[in-house]
Design a binder for this molecule. Structure first.
Ligand SMILES: Cc1cc2nc3c(=O)[nH]c(=O)nc-3n(C[C@H](O)[C@H](O)[C@H](O)COP(=O)(O)OP(=O)(O)OC[C@H]3O[C@@H](n4cnc5c(N)ncnc54)[C@H](O)[C@@H]3O)c2cc1C
Length: 455
């Protein structure tokens, strides 16, 4: 059957059956020009009090918090599973601490911070739909709808034409801050001195381990103390780097316990000098990271007792990206705030704490320089607050930032980027956005102080 451009346009509105899926569609030499889906007129997708963009830990907590405060909430996620990095890049457990009622409620419902990658997305889906959130998967945001400097909504690409979604407040929880970027909010990226960002990593799991000999190494410090056949694990890895058995950027092989008894989660690959905003870099990172995973597998099979028959049993859909854009907000969280444990009157998150976890942007292991006394181990922070102003973009109204893209320095970001703190930030954004909708005001006009009791 030959089809014409006009027929395609007519049929695009009618679903897959009308497009001949299941029967062959043959194009002749005079094949018609097929319109791209985005060139078709956009249709209305939905309107909400709070439109959450991105279904990672920050977006989930934002949607949950807003819905619990009575707002009509729509959540848009580009991929087929909720959970963000944890599900798409097999990143876990859910690390970091903060005093957040919403975060604790979510952790209780999903069984705590040690997650099961296979079912976490379904747990998140149930959690959100129970409080009435309308979830759209396979809904990548490709544009914004602006009214001057006020963000009104977003455009979502679908294979049958764009859809427009509107929100009284839009929450950008896309990790990379795609919405804020498209709305022209100024941003920074990477270290102040050279713009380099933290490396990317493929995390994966291995099975086939002798359960009696399962090995654990959670950090650089632990690697220096854990002995394997008369040498520290750190020494084995350094020698592996020197001999070329391991890639030069693999300076530590962290082997975590997963939820299953015969498994390890491997956090060791490291791809440096690549940007999560560039598909050419992402292609390189995906391929290099996966090749590194196999080199590490060969290494543990050879040198770790009980791992002779180990094999990779799961690789993630996408490589893990630690750091991209950080947007200009009404305040910027600094390293000093984290180190001294600063408190803020307009706290959206209370008592956040992890460590200043900078995987070396220009070499292997932990970043050198931010605390040389720690011999490559991450410097500790003290429980600090995150001000609401860090979630408020300076130049655009109708928008709140949540998760790793909020306004912070490179070093402060290295602490707040973990998932439990991301949930705390999302809870703050969702609660404020619901209040803005209830009062008919802008997120910028919300006084967060009376709302802190719910956070
Ligand atoms: C290798 C690695 C290891 C890590 N280890 C840990 C760890 O052990 N524990 C821990 O707690 N944290 C860890 N982190 C950090 C943590 O995973 C992330 O910083 C955290 O997930 C960020 O949360 P987020 O909600 O801001 O973004 P994300 O988790 O990235 O979620 C953003 C969501 O938005 C969606 N999205 C993006 N763009 C669009 C778009 N245009 N349209 C629609 N949807 C979009 C994405 O698909 C995704 O679902 C690690 C990170 C990496 C990369």
């Amino acid at each position: 059957m030959k089809i014409t451009r006009r027929e395609i346009i007519k049929q695009l509105g009618l679903g897959s059956a009308a497009l001949g899926i299941g029967g062959a569609v043959v194009f002749g030499a005079d094949a018609p020009v097929i319109p791209t889906a985005s060139s078709l007129p956009a249709k209305h997708g939905g309107s909400a009090d709070v439109l959450v963009c991105g279904g990672g830990p920050a977006g989930i907590a934002a949607a949950y918090a807003a819905a619990k405060r009575g707002a009509k909430v729509i959540l848009l996620e580009r991929f087929g599973r909720l959970g963000g990095m944890a599900v798409q890049a097999m990143v876990g457990p859910l690390m970091g601490r903060c005093q957040s009622k919403i975060k604790s409620e979510i952790l209780n419902k999903i069984g705590g911070p040690r997650i099961d990658y296979m079912k976490l997305d379904l747990q998140y889906f149930d959690l959100l739909t129970e409080v009435g959130v309308e979830v759209w998967l396979h809904a990548p945001i490709v544009g914004v709808i602006m009214d001057g400097n006020r963000l009104r909504g977003v455009r979502v690409y679908t294979k049958s034409g764009d859809l427009e979604f509107f929100g009284k407040t839009v929450i950008d929880a896309t990790g990379d801050g795609d919405v804020a970027f498209m709305a022209n909010v100024p941003f920074e990226c990477g270290r102040e001195e050279d713009g380099l960002v933290q490396p990317m990593s493929i995390m994966y799991t291995i099975s086939g381990i002798d359960p009696a000999k399962r090995f654990h190494c959670g950090s650089e410090g632990e690697a220096r103390h854990r002995q394997v056949n008369g040498k520290s694990w750190a020494q084995w890895v350094t020698e592996g780097q020197e001999s070329g058995e391991l890639p030069p950027t693999v300076g530590v092989i962290r082997l975590y316990y997963g939820v299953q008894p015969n498994r390890n989660v491997v956090n060791a690959t490291q791809v440096n000098g690549v940007s999560g905003l560039c598909p050419r870099d992402m292609t390189k990172a995906e391929i290099d990271g996966r090749k590194q995973a196999y080199a590490i597998l060969d290494f543990v099979r050879k040198h770790l007792p009980g791992y002779e028959n180990a094999y990779i049993d799961a690789m993630p859909a996408v490589i893990g990206v630690r750091e991209t854009r950080r947007f200009e907000g009404c305040a910027r969280l600094e390293k000093e705030d984290c180190v001294v444990g600063r408190k803020f009157e307009d706290a959206a998150v209370f008592g956040a704490s992890f460590c200043l976890d900078i995987h070396n942007p220009s070499g292997s292991g932990q970043a050198v320089g931010h605390n040389q006394h720690l011999q490559g181990e991450a410097e500790r922070d003290r429980p600090y607050d995150i001000p609401y102003r860090c979630l408020l973009p300076k130049t655009v109204d109708g928008l709140l930032l949540a998760g790793r893209c909020i306004s912070a320095s490179h070093v402060a970001h290295s602490s707040l980027r973990v998932q439990q703190i991301g949930m705390g930030i999302g809870a703050g954004a969702g609660t404020a956005a619901a209040e803005a909708a209830a009062k008919g005001i802008l997120a910028r006009e919300v006084d967060i102080r009376p709302l802190q009791q719910y956070l």
